[in-house]
Design a protein around this ligand. Structure first.
Ligand code: APR
Length: 245
């Protein structure tokens, strides 16, 4: 079918809240990761140059946590995979999460704007590799043989998020923008709803979150509750009768 005849796309921004009920902590809620760990010691380029072992150990532990047997996609991930399979138009997940739970649930169009688990990058030659091995300051780049230059392929504070050009194209052609499980405190993701309002003026914007965020007023509709309850119900509603009131 020619693209002109497809229904408008659905752009879904997800954050840590969508994976919370899978057993992965959020960042800013009470008890969240950044309330327990000083992000400046593990999630900045300065931290990496200051103490590579500390930064690499933190991400080695994170990767092991993601691979623990009790971590699995939940009903919200499954509902978004169902939406992609059953909706006639394009459904794109833009996730801030580095876990792979959307893919494990069956979603295929997933953009990891903050990088993803299972990839490392060489700071010397910039080549990206699939790897599940622990990194140490003695790790050797398989491409350029530099020592101690491999890091997780994850966007740290102060670094540019990935795939932004593609993301803005998806936002500008969407008819529905969903923001799920994100506090809206970290840019540029926090600004996506405003970008949709300005550049896809007819699009509907919906916030699905445990509680209201500071971006609340930019959404046409708000649905509050645990993602495993509200996302499957909303997806069922969209598939049954669309997103207009
Ligand atoms: N269901 C739905 N929403 C939830 C749930 C749940 N079960 N539990 C928590 N939430 C909501 C919280 O209310 C909060 O608004 O998820 C949001 C999580 O916010 P943050 O912890 O700030 O996570 P996120 O928005 O993904 O952070 C963005 O910050 O540190 C960086 O790179 C990191 O990608 C991350 C980015």
């Amino acid at each position: 079918m020619h693209q002109d005849f497809l229904p408008p796309g659905i752009a879904v921004l997800t954050g840590a809240g969508v994976s919370k009920e899978s057993g992965i902590d959020t960042f800013r809620d009470a008890g969240g990761l950044w309330t327990r760990v000083n992000l400046e010691e593990v999630a900045t380029i300065e931290a990496w140059y200051r103490d590579k072992k500390k930064v690499l150990d933190f991400y080695n532990d994170t990767r092991r946590m993601f691979r623990a047997t009790h971590i699995a996609p939940n009903a919200a991930h499954a509902a978004l995979a169902r939406l992609e399979q059953e909706y006639d138009g394009e459904v794109t997940i833009i996730t801030q999460n580095i876990d792979l739970l959307h893919e494990q649930a069956g979603s295929r169009r997933v953009i990891h704007m903050h990088g993803r688990d299972g990839e490392v990058r060489c700071m010397h030659c910039q080549k990206v590799f699939e790897s599940d091995d622990d990194l140490t300051p003695a790790s050797v780049c398989p491409n350029c043989i530099s020592v101690g230059e491999l890091r997780p392929n994850i966007v740290w504070f102060g670094e540019m998020p990935m795939h932004l050009e593609e993301i803005y194209q998806v936002l500008e052609r969407c008819g529905l923008f969903l923001s799920i499980g994100t506090s809206g405190e970290v840019y540029p993701a926090a600004g996506f709803v405003l970008h949709v309002r300005r550049h896809a003026a007819r699009a509907r914007t919906v916030e699905l979150n445990l509680e209201a965020t500071d971006n609340k007023t930019l959404f046409h509709e708000h649905i509050y509750g645990p993602a495993t309850e509200i996302v499957p119900a909303y997806v069922a509603r969209v598939l049954a009768r669309g997103w207009r009131d």
